[in-house]
Ligand binder design. Structure first.
Ligand code: A2P
Length: 312
């Protein structure tokens, strides 16, 4: 019932993962433990979220207590923008592994097609530098060869940037992780992924309500609510199930036990075809534009249109 999707490496990625972006230190550890006890087997992390140490100590305890085995979990993390240089990638991954108390990752992603000065803290425009994705990818391939990263991929890439990477990659990316939900469905990227055997993972699958950074409320969308009412599910469950039926894995973030449980309760129903087609009527808007990475003098992208190659 769509619990896993198979990657081009042969590995099976659990289709619903717990997002940990903006899960505050002090809260994220409990959320991870709760989720795993409720049956989640996929945790999505990143060095820049600033909470990998806390997640690591929880994982360690869950392994020690026999709640779950390492080989039954899927752990993703991401290379931050300050570590794109060929010689910095392995060190960055090692430090993430150390924080997470792990000796391999199931998936390691280039977090953004954006590079910043080594050691830079925060999102200052003066720290933006020129990315060289082919070089960074070579370092990712070395991690894959070493077995420390059982799969590699990219995040926040446009269709064009993913296509460019495919031209030069020796090891093709297994996953592209991007914003994806009923209000930003990514049809072009979805089609490229489908034709090339790359798996798409959707972050902000609920449209990141309550973060203050997005204005449109995905969970209030009328189509989503109509379908939710017809099927007797919550709008969040419909948004997640839409992603699964598109063939995407989804990463709902919650630190609330009731909602963590609800977001995993999406395997025993499906959106019938006559309702599924209604999603094509939803007006589209990218919610997370990342204007911090576009600058007229610093970095590679003058505008957000350049960062997303017009997909905005
Ligand atoms: P909370 O952590 O209090 O549950 P996204 O995954 O798209 O980034 O959305 C995460 C946001 O959505 C968080 O603010 C989270 O709040 C909230 N959220 C998570 N699950 C649900 C749900 N089932 N219904 C409504 N809001 C939810």
């Amino acid at each position: 019932a769509m619990r896993f999707f198979e990657l081009n490496t042969g590995a099976k990625i659990p289709s619903v993962g717990l997002g940990t972006w903006q899960a505050a230190p002090g809260v994220v550890g409990d959320a991870v433990a709760t989720a795993i006890k409720l049956g989640y087997r996929h945790i999505d992390c990143a060095q820049v979220y600033g909470n990998e140490k806390e997640i690591g100590s929880v994982l360690k305890k869950l392994f020690e207590d026999g709640v779950v085995k390492r080989e039954d979990l899927w752990i993703t993390s991401k290379l931050w923008n300050t570590n794109h240089a060929l010689e910095d990638v392995q060190e960055a991954m090692d430090s993430t592994l150390q924080d997470l108390h792990l000796n391999y990752l199931d998936l390691y992603l280039i977090h953004w097609p954006v590079s910043m000065k080594k050691g830079a803290v925060g999102f200052n425009r003066e720290d933006l530098t020129q990315p060289d994705i082919p070089v960074t990818w070579r370092a990712m391939e070395a991690l894959y060869d070493s077995g420390k990263a059982r799969a590699i991929g990219v995040s926040n890439f446009s269709t064009k940037k993913l296509g460019d990477l495919l031209e030069v990659a020796r090891v093709p990316p297994a996953v592209v992780q991007v914003e994806c939900h009923p209000v930003w469905q990514q049809p072009k990227l979805h089609a490229l992924c489908k034709s090339k055997g790359i798996h798409l993972t959707g972050f902000s699958p609920l449209g990141s309500p309550g973060t203050g950074i997005v204005k449109i409320e995905v969970l209030k969308d009328p189509v989503l609510n109509m379908v939710a009412e017809k099927l007797g599910k919550s709008p969040a469950q419909i948004a997640l199930r839409w992603g699964l039926q598109m063939g995407h894995s989804v990463l709902p973030k919650s630190t609330n036990e009731v909602r963590i449980r609800q977001n995993f309760d999406v395997f025993d129903f499906s959106i019938p075809e006559d309702l599924f087609v209604k999603f094509s009527e939803i007006e589209q808007e990218r919610l997370i534009k990342a204007t911090v990475f576009a600058h007229e003098t610093f970095g590679a992208y003058r505008t957000v249109e350049e960062l997303w190659d017009g997909e905005i």
